[in-house]
Design a protein around this ligand. Structure first.
Ligand code: CP
Length: 327
């Protein structure tokens, strides 16, 4: 297991944000409450607050991203930080420079925060172990391991629509095996105390020990969706599959695709979520993705406030340690 307390300072405050695993319920609530207090910044005439003024944030995306990279950049700018998007494809990493040498060079430029997406599980933890004490590392997705800000923006969206976590039944459908999002969502949902978390998918796309995470396993979509309040769809992560794990996308859609007919098994007021990118006609029908029960674009919007919250909380930990303040 990857060490989790690396992300807290000696006072139990966030120093890095690497994984949901091991964080207490109150910490997750604090992130949601802070995000709620920052969400209104967008309605101000000047869409900025000075919480990260004078700080420099570097986006280090070694893997493709649309939503996460852009919302981290917007979040940092709304916190008044300076933001650098390192173009990995055009960086010295392509000339053989190691990851640590790249990081030490960025440290030498007095950067304060690294937002990291990497195809290797554990990459963000590795970086957090090697950076200077004043630097915060935020995991923007590492291999199949964790995507903690995605999970928190999903929790924010669930709370925004449903209010209380305790009575909710939540189903996560699809390729759980390769999904860092699903792992982080399961940790967040169980920590926040929802009534039931279900995972639904074919045996080949579920981790063998998934029940140990406190979830109920279903292989039949209709049975799994019966009576749920929240349906979270996942895409097939073909880039992480080794060999053929499914007969065909067409057959997968027949068995696990969310359609008007399969969604009817959930509660009438159930919401439909998806971290994106969506693959229409593979895991979700367009009429559902674009329909009245979909909160998929609301999730994207909420990503900005949640990332503002996480970044400001991590930098606040440094400020309270006496490094000159974040605001
Ligand atoms: N949900 C998510 O991580 O999307 P991106 O890959 O576009 O960042």
């Amino acid at each position: 297991m990857i060490r989790t307390n690396l992300q807290l300072d000696q006072n139990g405050r966030l120093r890095h944000f690497l994984t949901i695993e091991g964080l207490k319920r109150q910490m997750l609530i604090d992130i949601l409450d802070t995000a709620e207090s920052l969400a209104g910044v967008v309605d101000q005439q000047v869409k900025k607050v000075p919480l990260l003024r004078g700080k420099t944030v570097v986006n280090l995306f070694f893997e493709a991203s649309t939503r996460t990279r852009t919302t981290f950049e917007l979040a940092a700018k709304r916190l008044s930080a300076d933001v650098i998007n390192l173009n990995i494809a055009a960086s010295a990493a392509k000339k053989g420079e190691t990851l640590l040498d790249t990081l030490h060079n960025l440290e030498a430029m007095h950067c304060d925060m690294f937002v990291v997406r990497h195809e290797e599980s554990g990459a963000a933890h590795f970086i957090a172990r090697h950076v200077a004490p004043h630097i915060s590392v935020i995991n923007a997705g590492d291999g199949r391991h964790a995507h903690p800000t995605q999970a928190m923006l999903d929790m924010y969206t669930i709370r925004q629509v449903k209010g209380d976590f305790y009575p909710l039944k939540v189903a996560i459908v699809g390729d759980i095996l390769h999904s860092r999002v699903a792992r982080s969502q399961i940790h967040a949902l169980t920590t926040l105390g929802v009534s039931e978390v279900r995972v639904i998918g074919p045996k080949t796309l579920l981790p063998k020990d998934v029940e140990s995470l406190g979830v109920h396993v279903y292989h039949n979509l209709i049975k799994g969706l019966e009576g749920v309040d929240v349906v979270i769809m996942l895409r097939l992560q073909n880039e992480r599959m080794e060999g053929a794990m499914l007969p065909s996308e067409h057959e997968y859609f027949q068995l696990y695709g969310l359609t008007e007919s399969t969604l009817a098994a959930a509660k009438p007021d159930a919401i439909v979520m998806h971290p994106g990118p969506i693959n229409r006609g593979v895991e979700i029908e367009s009429s559902i993705a674009d329909g009245p029960r979909s909160v998929i674009l609301q999730q994207v919007t909420n990503g900005i406030a949640v990332r503002m919250a996480v970044m400001s909380m991590c930098m606040g930990s440094h400020a309270s340690a006496g490094d000159g303040g974040a605001a």
